[in-house]
Each structure stands twice: as structure tokens, then as C-alpha cells.
Design a protein around this ligand. Structure first.
Ligand code: C2E
Ligand code: MG
Ligand code: MG
Length: 399
């Protein structure tokens, strides 16, 4: 039997509705205010909701907003009941995801036709999704995770996020010459979420923009705080993904964070992957040139996994190549990896670029890199990425 939830604060209207719906053989549940309505929706998961727009305390908009955020109730057809429906009310309701409006007083026929229309549409959707159960499971799972991520950055608070720093070390002198900032998310619901997963999720929801901004701001603040505390200045690299790099006011934002923290631009480096650059190479070069003219440094990340052609590489206004850790892992015992790594180092040096090997885990890897004149290394052998307080122990006081 189709279950309908009626949320309406006026007793007489509510009783009438319930009576009418039961006469039509609907199973009916009802609530006298928004809060009770939400609780009932979550526990009973009805097939359709009729909700009064104007109610004291929590109004219909509040009810709809809450239910749309809960995966269990997000897709339940929702019809507003309203005495006065101005165009603005209507728009607001529709933007929040309402499916229909009924203006009071409405006739029995109007009510049944609205309900019938929404239920039919829902049935079609259900049928569509039930033909691909995997897709449905995946979608609802993704929806849950996306909602959790949304919740985590609500109101611009980033309490669940922090940045770890991993040193880059000069292979010949053994000194720390730079660091890479890596985003971390400790979610109460999901635990520690892998950075690659988080970035993929943040890219697909557009949340990468506020999150990336938070990372940039945190890193600029932290770097300046270390300089103020008297440590030798260090360049810190921040990763950028495609959507962040192509946002229109990127340069303005970067200038803002640098000046707000009184940080010289050459202490900031952006890490861009080859695939990001190749999405629109001319646009990328234009942005990179602007960044370089400010003094900000640029590194090509995960180098070797993309196009790696000298043809385009020599056009790029960059400072650094970071060889992907795939090539470095077991480089000593894999002649192919050894040949490629050697060629990548050569390529970088021919273009006057600094070459950093990622994912250096063993002394043997390091020895190979030293022999082949790689400039710097980053990897677990020297240090895993660590929290700011821990990283500070690596920093030396300038004389
Ligand atoms: P990436 O930029 O290539 O970062 C290096 C990754 O290698 C990091 O993984 C780091 O923890 C890991 N790593 C470092 N040394 C070793 C090693 O010796 N062995 C192994 N097996 N791994 C090592 P992580 O932190 O999980 O980050 C994964 C990716 O997520 C990063 O790859 C980067 O593409 C992305 N990412 C991280 N933070 C941010 C961020 O703030 N913004 C953006 N857009 N992307 C980020
Ligand atoms: Mg990186
Ligand atoms: Mg990398």
C-alpha cells in the first residue's frame, strides 16, 4: 500500500486530508509540526510527503532542506501545501527540490491528480534504477559520502582537515630544500580518507574550490609562521587539480594569500600533473606564465605517467620535474624502469630543470639516483608526510 506522510500544523486541515487519503486507500501517517514530520519521514520512509509551507518553528522549507540532505529521504516526492503561493515562494521551493505545489483550498481532484503524477514519475525512476542494481548501490553510497563531505566543510569550518608536510632532500648535500603539502581528512563517519579519494570526490562535487583554497591559505600561513619563528625559509609545494587550476580568479586568490601572509612568492610552488596541463595546453601555459611572472614556482608532478614529450615540455614555464614513484619503486632491479628514469633525469637537465624523484623507499633506490645525478628525493626513506609540529623538528634555525 502506498504510504503518504502529511505534515500540517492546522488540525482541521490535517484531519480532512487524512480522511480523504484513507478513503482512497492510501496508508496515511501525519505530523502536527515540522520536527515530528522529519522524524516520521526518517523512521517510516513514506512514498510521498504532503507538507504545509507555513508552520511555526520549522517551516516547510526547513523540512524539505533537511530531508533532501538525508540519503534515505532525499528522493521522496515532496508536495508543498500553501495558502499563498507567490512567485518567490514557488521558486524557492522548487530550488530546494520540491516536486509540486498545491494552493489551499484545493479540490479533491487536484490533490489526487498531483499525488498520482508524482507517484507515477517516481515509479518510472525506480524501475529505471532497479534494472541496474549496482549503479543504484553505487549512487546511493556516493550520495552518502558526498553529503558527509558537504557537512565537513559547512560554514567554512575545516576542523576535520589538516595538512601534512613531506620533505624534499638534496641528494648530494642531504639537506632539506623544499616540502610538499598534502591534504588529510579525518572524518568522524568515514575515518581517515585517502587523499586521492578525497580529491576525486571534491573534484566531482566542486568542493575542491573551497577545500583547495583552505589548503593554500593554511600552507601560506604556516610557512610564514615558520619564517617568523626564525627558521630558514623554505619553498612549500601545494598540489592543484584541474578544476582548481582553471578557476577564473585563481591568480587573484594566490596574490591575496601571499600578501595577506606577507609571504614572498618564490616560497610557494604549485604542483601540476601532465594530464592537467595537457587538457588545454595553451590555456595552461598562459596561467603558468602569469604565475611565473609573479615569482611563484611550478613543478610537473607524477612526471612520466603522461605525455612526457620533449616537444611540449620545452614550451612549459616550469622549474621542477617530479618523477612518478612508479618508476622509482624497484628501479635498481628493473632494467626498463632504470632506463626510463635515467632518460627522464637527462630530459629534465637538458631543459635546466630541477629533477626530484618521488617515492624513494630504499637506500638502493637512493644510490641509483645519486649515481644518475638526480637532484633531489622525496620518500619514506627520509620521512613520511608528517604533521606541521613534527615537520618543524626538521627545520633549522637560521644563523
Ligand atoms: P602526489 O602529489 O603525487 O603526492 C605524493 C604521494 O606519494 C602522497 O600520497 C605521499 O604520501 C606519497 N608518498 C610519498 N613518499 C612515498 C613513498 O616513499 N612511498 C609511497 N608508496 N608513497 C609515498 P597521498 O598523500 O596519499 O596523496 C595522493 C595524491 O593526492 C597526491 O599525489 C596528490 O595528487 C593528491 N593530493 C594530496 N593533497 C592534495 C591537495 O591539497 N590538493 C590537491 N589538488 N591534490 C592533493
Ligand atoms: Mg604532488
Ligand atoms: Mg606525485
Amino acid at each position: 500500500m502506498t504510504k503518504i506522510l502529511v505534515i500540517e500544523d492546522e488540525n482541521s486541515v490535517r484531519d480532512n486530508l487524512v480522511e480523504l487519503l484513507e478513503a482512497e486507500d492510501f496508508e496515511t501517517i501525519d505530523a502536527a509540526n515540522g520536527k515530528l514530520g522529519i522524524n516520521l519521514a526518517l523512521t517510516e520512509v513514506p512514498d510521498l510527503i504532503l507538507c504545509d509551507l507555513m508552520m511555526p518553528e520549522l517551516d516547510g522549507y526547513g523540512v524539505l532542506t533537511t530531508l533532501r540532505q538525508e540519503p534515505l529521504t532525499a528522493t521522496i516526492p515532496f508536495i508543498f501545501l500553501t495558502a499563498k503561493a507567490t512567485k518567490a515562494d514557488f521558486r524557492q521551493g522548487m530550488e530546494l527540490g520540491a516536486d509540486d505545489y498545491l494552493t489551499k483550498p484545493f479540490t479533491r481532484a487536484e490533490l489526487l491528480s498531483a499525488i498520482d503524477g508524482r507517484l507515477k514519475k517516481q515509479a518510472t525512476l525506480k524501475q529505471y534504477f532497479s534494472t541496474s542494481p549496482q549503479l543504484k548501490a553505487f549512487n546511493s553510497e556516493m550520495l552518502v559520502v558526498k553529503n558527509i563531505l558537504h557537512g565537513a566543510i559547512e560554514q567554512g569550518h575545516f576542523r576535520q582537515f589538516f595538512v601534512e608536510y613531506q620533505p624534499q632532500v638534496d641528494i648530494h648535500s642531504g639537506k632539506i630544500i623544499a616540502a610538499e603539502a598534502l591534504l588529510r581528512w579525518q572524518s568522524p563517519e568515514l575515518g581517515r580518507v585517502a587523499a586521492s579519494e578525497l580529491i576525486r570526490l571534491a573534484e566531482s562535487t566542486g568542493l575542491i574550490i573551497p577545500i583547495g583554497e583552505w589548503v593554500l591559505e593554511s600552507v601560506c600561513q604556516q610557512n610564514q609562521a615558520w619564517q617568523n619563528a626564525g627558521y630558514s625559509p623554505l619553498c612549500i609545494a601545494v598540489n592543484f587539480s584541474a578544476r582548481q587550476f582553471t578557476q577564473p580568479d585563481l591568480i587573484k586568490k594566490i596574490i591575496h594569500f601571499l600578501t595577506a601572509n606577507n609571504l614572498e612568492p618564490h616560497y610557494l610552488e604549485l604542483e601540476l600533473t601532465e594530464s592537467l596541463i595537457m587538457q588545454d595546453i595553451n590555456a595552461a601555459i598562459a596561467i603558468m606564465n602569469e604565475l611565473r611572472s609573479l615569482g611563484v614556482k611550478i613543478a610537473v608532478d607524477d612526471f612520466g605517467t603522461g605525455y612526457s614529450s620533449l616537444m611540449y615540455l620545452k614550451k612549459l614555464p616550469i622549474n621542477k620535474l617530479k618523477i612518478d614513484r612508479y618508476f622509482i619503486h624497484n628501479v635498481v632491479n628493473d632494467p626498463q624502469k632504470a632506463a626510463i628514469t635515467t632518460a627522464l633525469i637527462q630530459m629534465g637537465h637538458n631543459l635546466n630543470l630541477q629533477v626530484v624523484a618521488e617515492g624513494v623507499e630504499t637506500e638502493l633506490d637512493l644510490e641509483f639516483l645519486r649515481q644518475h645525478n638526480c637532484d633531489a628525493m622525496q620518500g619514506f626513506l627520509f620521512s613520511r608526510p608528517v604533521a606541521a609540529a613534527e615537520f618543524q623538528k626538521f627545520l633549522s634555525r637560521s644563523a
